[in-house]
Design a protein around this ligand. Sequence first.
Ligand SMILES: [Zn+2]
Length: 76
Amino acid sequence: MPRRATAPPTVAALITRLEGLEQRILQLETGRVGPGDGRASVAKRSRAVRRCPGCGLPLRRRNGRCAACKRPLDSI
Ligand SMILES: [Zn+2]
């Protein structure tokens, strides 16, 4: 007779899962996501983009320098 791979969930385990789901629904309804969730990071990052003080373009570091104008970025 094959054994069950997983035991049936306990009431406590179901409550824990339910609380987790409620938290996720709340975050979705309010438009926020928890830390470590990548869904909100794109829009947030595009707003707070750092710009190179030398050329004013969105900063893309490359070898410690701005990728566009090659200005060293040690000072910022
Ligand atoms: Zn630059």
